[in-house]
Each structure stands twice: as structure tokens, then as C-alpha cells.
Design a protein around this ligand. Structure first.
Ligand code: HEM
Length: 404
């Protein structure tokens, strides 16, 4: 089996499940060459991904969670500053503590009504644009992408329209550099920082009850955050919650359309069946393809010796179809009761936004599935050219407004 987990072409129709299957069966911790780098270990079985993600003593998030290394001598590429996602405890713990309270389950629940209202507003807009009984939309940009862009804007206390612009930048940042004009990724990060500088000025002048103002007011090691530290939090939050949630929603709807029996089962009692369905769609789509770690010492993983300094890459989508952990893993089973998927990762970096993400997903699926019906693919969905984030880039759909 030809294994290539780097080329965006391998992800052009979704995740490479045939490769994942071969790797899990034949070489669960396998060396993978890298054209412009030293290579890495690809980890594909659930218990091994789980173990690597939790063992920060052996597997560091520095210098990067992306496979390519930052240029030598440049830290993470932000001078002496680091993004929380690429820190290890105890430094990581101190930074995560600054925003943890905003993302607990009770805090997320307080946002539920507002998120449901946003979901209604988003679906109203596409239904309102439809002519006669049939409507058409790009589900990715006009429906799925709207929710995370609005939610991040609300969290940060920004105009909803700006959330939309920031989300477009996220998409560029997560696209494989080969698929972009030269320098486009860097330019998108620079734009995000420029916008973030404006947020700093605005929130310092007029602090409000939002996460941006709170972050600017809080202290780490007895001092206020520096501008660059704030900007890296800003970049992380906008990036992490944007196309992940969007891809779950559009990839999830596509999976439902491809499995009409499952779709019908869900619709027979949506409120009761949504929780297990949502978890199964997370397992099935696994929007974050991988996270990388770097061995801090010589270790062994599933019998494979790993040398200090080696890159170790966890493939969440592969782990989420491990037959040792999931019964009939290649079957979409929305009623799956025992579903220990790791689409949100685990360990110290486990997704901070997962409670909010679940509320967003439930609100959007409820609105979309009860108010829109008769979905038909108007043109083949085009997948993101990315080996990091998986999901349709565009998904033109025809639908009818549901009659109640
Ligand atoms: C379906 C939606 C989402 C998926 C699949 C997802 C997935 C992930 C994954 C796999 C990680 C890395 C975990 C690890 O290394 O073990 C992560 C981290 C993170 N996510 Fe999410 N995420 C989603 C939505 C969100 C949302 C809505 C937010 C915020 C509003 C968010 C904020 C974060 C943050 C801040 C981190 C970094 C945590 C840290 O470094 O301590 N995510 N997410």
C-alpha cells in the first residue's frame, strides 16, 4: 500500500481511510518520510494516540504541533512568544487557566439560548433567499461556517460581520501552502494580528464583559499579558473554533445524506437521538486530522523505539476507526452507545471549546434538519486541500423549506 499522509491529494476526497486501515493493521507506529524535513512517526491506533496525547512528559507540544518545523532559531516563528497549543505544562497550565472558566460546561450552557437564536438567524437567512419551494446554497459558507464565526465574535465581543472575515483568514491559514499563492498563509496571520491590535486598542479603551477584555485584564506570573501574548491567544481561539465546527456540520450533513437509513432513523426522534448522533458524526468526520508531538527522550511506543527529538504524529481519524475499540468502525451508527472517540483530543491540550462546540452542533443540526428538507447535492462537494483539517470546502445543495 502506498502511504502518503502529507500530500493534500491524499485528502482530496476526505480522509485516507484505506491507508489508515493498512497502517493500523500492519505498522501502527510507522516511519513516514518528509520531502523537506527529517520525517516522522505516524501513529494510527486508538490506545497509542491516546497514550501519546496524555503523556506530555515524553511527548512535547514544542516547538510545533504541525509537522513542518518552524525555521531554525525562530522559536515558533513569533519571536520569544509561544501559542498555548504549543506549550507544555506547567507553562501551558498557567496559560490555559486564564481562559478555562469561559469554557466550562456551566459557562457554555449560559450561551445556549443565544447560540440557538444565532442558529435560527442563519437558517432564516438561507430560507429567506430561496425562491419558491426550492432553495439553493453553499452549505459550507452560508450555513455551517456562519455559526462558528458568529460564536467567536460573540465570545470576543466583536461585530458578527468581523467574525466572518476572521473565519476566511482561518481557512487560508489551515490550507496547505502548496495550494495557496506564495506567502498567502503568512499574510493571513499578519492580517489576523493587525485586526487583533485593533481589538487590543478598543478593549483597553472600552473594556466590556467579553473574553478579549478579560484576557487583557488578567495576569500571568504577576504581570499583564503582553500584546503578542494576547494576539497568540486571539489567533488560537479564532483558528481552533472556526473551520473545525464548520467541517463537522457540513461533513456531518454529507454523511447523513450518504446514509439515508441512518438519516431517517435520526429524524424519527431528533431531540432524543441527537446526542448519540452528534458523537458518532464527530467520530466519523474527525475534523482535526492530526496533532504532532516531539519526543523529549528515547521512549518506546507499542514496541517501536522512538529517539529523543523524533516527531510523533497522532492521526485522530485513524484512531476513531480502530476496530479494537469500536465495533464495526466503518459503519456509521448514529445509535452507537459506547463511543470513546477522540475527535477533541485528550490530555492537557484536550479541546477547550468542546462544550461550546457540542452546543453549536446541536443547535445547528436541529434548525437545519427541522426547517430544511429534501437535500440534494447540486454539485460534487470539493474537499479542503489540507492534510491538517478535514472537511468539504464547498458543498452546493438544493433544499426545500420544511412545511410545518
Ligand atoms: C467540532 C469542533 C471541534 C473539534 C473537532 C476540535 C478539536 C480539537 C482538537 C483535536 C484539539 C487538540 C487536542 C489535543 O491536542 O489533544 C483542540 C484544541 C483546542 N480547541 Fe478545539 N475543536 C473544536 C471546536 C472548538 C471550539 C468551538 C473552540 C473555541 C471556541 C475550540 C478551542 C480549542 C482550543 C483553545 C484548543 C487548544 C487547547 C490547549 O492547547 O490547551 N475548539 N480542539
Amino acid at each position: 500500500m502506498k502511504i502518503d499522509l502529507l500530500s493534500p491529494a491524499s485528502f482530496a476526497d476526505g480522509q485516507p481511510h484505506a491507508q489508515y486501515r493498512w497502517l493500523r493493521e500492519h505498522a501502527p507506529v510507522r516511519w513516514h518520510d518528509e520531502p523537506n524535513g527529517p520525517g516522522f512517526w505516524a501513529v494510527t491506533r486508538h490506545p497509542d494516540v491516546w497514550a501519546v496525547d496524555r503523556d506530555f512528559q515524553a511527548f512535547s507540544s514544542e516547538p510545533s504541533i504541525l509537522i513542518p518545523d518552524p525555521p531554525p532559531g525562530e522559536g515558533q516563528g513569533f519571536g520569544p512568544y509561544k501559542m498555548m497549543l504549543m506549550m507544555d505544562p506547567p507553562e501551558h497550565t498557567a496559560f490555559r487557566k486564564l481562559i478555562r472558566q469561559e469554557f466550562t460546561l456551566p459557562a457554555a450552557r449560559l450561551r445556549e439560548d443565544r447560540i440557538q437564536a444565532l442558529a435560527r438567524q442563519i437558517v432564516d437567512a438561507v430560507i429567506g433567499r430561496s425562491s419558491g419551494s426550492w432553495g439553493e446554497c453553499d452549505f459550507v459558507a452560508e450555513v455551517a461556517g456562519e455559526m462558528p464565526s458568529f460564536v467567536i465574535a460573540e465570545l470576543m465581543g466583536l461585530p458578527l460581520e468581523d467574525g466572518r472575515e476572521l473565519y476566511k483568514l482561518t481557512e487560508t491559514i489551515h490550507t496547505a501552502p502548496e495550494a495557496l499563492p506564495p506567502g498567502a498563509g503568512g499574510a493571513a496571520v499578519a492580517k489576523m494580528f493587525e485586526y487583533g491590535q485593533g481589538v487590543i486598542a478598543e478593549k483597553r479603551a472600552r473594556p466590556a464583559d467579553d473574553l478579549a477584555s478579560k484576557l487583557l485584564a488578567c495576569e500571568v506570573d504577576g504581570r499583564r499579558l503582553e500584546d503578542m501574548e494576547f494576539l497568540l491567544f486571539f489567533l488560537l481561539l479564532v483558528d481552533a473554533g472556526g473551520d473545525t465546527t464548520r467541517n463537522l456540520l457540513s461533513g456531518g450533513l454529507l454523511a447523513l445524506m450518504e446514509h439515508p437509513d441512518q438519516f431517517a432513523w435520526l429524524m424519527a426522534d431528533l431531540p432524543a437521538r441527537l446526542p448519540s448522533a452528534r458523537e458518532e458524526l464527530l467520530r466519523w468526520t474527525s475534523p482535526v486530522i492530526y496533532m504532532r508531538r516531539t519526543a523529549r527522550k528515547d521512549v518506546e511506543l507499542a514496541g517501536q523505539p522512538i529517539r529523543e527529538g523524533d516527531k510523533v504524529v497522532m492521526y485522530f481519524g485513524a484512531a476513531n476507526r480502530d476496530p479494537e475499540v469500536f465495533e464495526a468502525p466503518e459503519t456509521l451508527d448514529l445509535a452507537r452507545a459506547d463511543n470513546p472517540h477522540i475527535a477533541f483530543g485528550t490530555g492537557p491540550h484536550g479541546c477547550l471549546g468542546q462544550h461550546i462546540a457540542r452546543i453549536e452542533i446541536d443547535a445547528m443540526l436541529t434548525e437545519v434538519l427541522t426547517r430544511m428538507t429534501g437535500f440534494e447535492v447540486a454539485a460534487e462537494p470539493e474537499w479542503l486541500p489540507s492534510n491538517f483539517i478535514s472537511g468539504p470546502k464547498t458543498m452546493p445543495l438544493r433544499f426545500r423549506a420544511a412545511q410545518h
